[in-house]
Design a protein around this ligand. Structure first.
Ligand SMILES: Cc1ncc(COP(=O)(O)O)c(C=O)c1O
Length: 411
């Protein structure tokens, strides 16, 4: 039985985003670039402003009431992240600057300890550069090799050969939960189960998943799960690394400095338990509190309702875009999040993006930090529209009119 999902109060939600009611090139702003970074709703901005104006000092350092309260707020935000992804313990939530830093952390600690000459790291063909380059750097250093799970022309991973790709040399599988270019929602639970059957841990890049899907790291059985605050209606400069406790505890420190130690002498330093071991220096406190507020915001809206709204927009946009002659959608997987990449015959995505911008429609144009995906589809770049809970069918209509205008100009 399916339960009906109440629709979102989109007009009410839009009032939380002042940018949407402020003229942009003299037109209303149509923001279709949430996959690059989502707009931040007022309650999140206000929570950060309150912290910064009245509550700010450093955390984990002072006996002052101010310091203790700042520490409490900061740690409450960690608890919000824990609950949001259903992690067993706050000790498994490490603050980072974002997805990219989370993956670099794992590569430089877990990776350096476990990857040796002749070993392999298996990545999917649709990874963002953030889940390629850190492994490439590590592989070069250790004499290891990267291998790739291929994908089909719809932008779905081909899992037939997965059990052969994962072999006794594989030290880690890295896979994006949702592709930032194709919108594909990957069957990460199945991939994890198949990797675990061979004793191989899996890192899931959840940067594009957490804004749209319920993520339960225990149900997925993910070994590492990473994401950024700014794609989840929160601020930039904050991200999360979730890891299984035994893996995190076995990992050596990465950045050294204050807060990550138990004791320091000139001869030797001993390190704090996780997660403090990975959080050297003053952390991004306002940003962590802001991410906590963003989690409150999307949780109050309801991820089910967000998903249903975005799914309806995706279906409508797909139908309307497919009807435009000369337009080809790149990424037609059966399971998709609200991302549509497309190419237009004879017109470069940068030109499309610039003309749309003057129409007030903000999209992304380029390789989206996923050049191997462009190579796979033999295209230099795409134009990408990505939808969030505050978008409407009128936004899709504006995109379509903008594209028709682009075609007119280039005729
Ligand atoms: C799938 C995916 N992974 C990683 C990243 C990198 O995120 P950040 O730049 O916040 O570190 C992005 C951002 O576009 C992404 O879409």
């Amino acid at each position: 039985m399916t339960t009906a999902v109440l629709p979102l109060d989109v007009p009410g939600i839009r009032r939380d985003f002042p940018a949407l009611t402020t003229p942009f090139h003299g037109k209303p702003l149509i923001y279709l670039d949430s996959a690059v970074s989502s707009l931040t709703p007022l309650p999140v901005v206000e929570r950060m402003s309150r912290y910064q104006s009245f509550e700010h000092t450093n955390v984990h350092r002072g006996v002052s009431t101010l310091s203790q309260e700042a520490t409490d707020r900061f740690e409450e935000a960690r608890e919000k992240v824990r609950a949001f992804i259903n992690a067993p313990s706050v000790k498994q939530i490490v603050w980072t600057r974002g997805t990219t830093e989370s993956i670099n952390l794992v590569a430089q600690t877990f990776g350096r300890r476990n990857v040796h000459a002749g070993d392999e790291i298996l990545l999917s063909a649709m990874e963002h550069h953030a889940d390629i380059v850190p492994w490439q750097l590590l592989a070069e250093e250790r004499g290891a090799t990267l291998r790739v799970i291929p994908m089909n022309d719809d932008g779905e991973l081909i899992l037939d050969g997965l059990d052969d790709l994962i072999n006794e040399r594989t030290r880690l599988v890295g896979v994006t939960h949702v592709s930032n270019v194709l919108g594909t929602i990957n069957p990460v639970k199945e991939i994890i189960a198949r990797a675990h059957a061979k004793g191989v841990p899996v890192l899931v890049d959840g940067a594009q998943a957490v804004p749209h899907l319920h993520v339960d790291v225990v149900d997925l059985d993910a070994d590492f799960y990473v994401f950024s605050g700014h794609k989840l209606s929160g601020p930039t400069g904050i991200g999360v690394l979730y890891g299984k406790r035994e893996l995190l505890e076995a990992m050596p420190p990465w950045h050294g400095g204050g807060s990550m130690i138990l004791s320091v002498t000139w001869e030797k330093t001993t390190y704090a338990p996780v997660p403090a071991r990975f959080e050297a220096g003053t952390p991004p406190i306002a940003q962590a509190i802001g991410l906590g507020a963003a989690i409150d915001y999307v949780t109050a809206l309801g991820l089910d309702r967000i998903a249903a709204h975005e799914h309806a927009l995706l279906a409508y946009a797909t139908e309307r875009l497919q009807a435009i002659p000369g337009l080809r959608i790149i990424g037609t997987a059966r399971e998709k999040a609200s991302v549509i990449s497309f190419v237009l015959d004879g017109i470069h995505p940068h030109d499309i993006g610039s003309i749309l911008d003057h129409e007030g429609v903000v999209v992304r144009a380029g390789h989206h930090c996923a050049q191997p995906v462009m190579t796979r589809f033999q295209i230099p770049a795409t134009t990408r529209a990505s939808f969030a809970y505050f978008n409407t069918r009128e936004d899709v209509d504006a995109l379509v009119s903008g594209i028709l205008k682009v075609q007119e100009i280039f005729q």
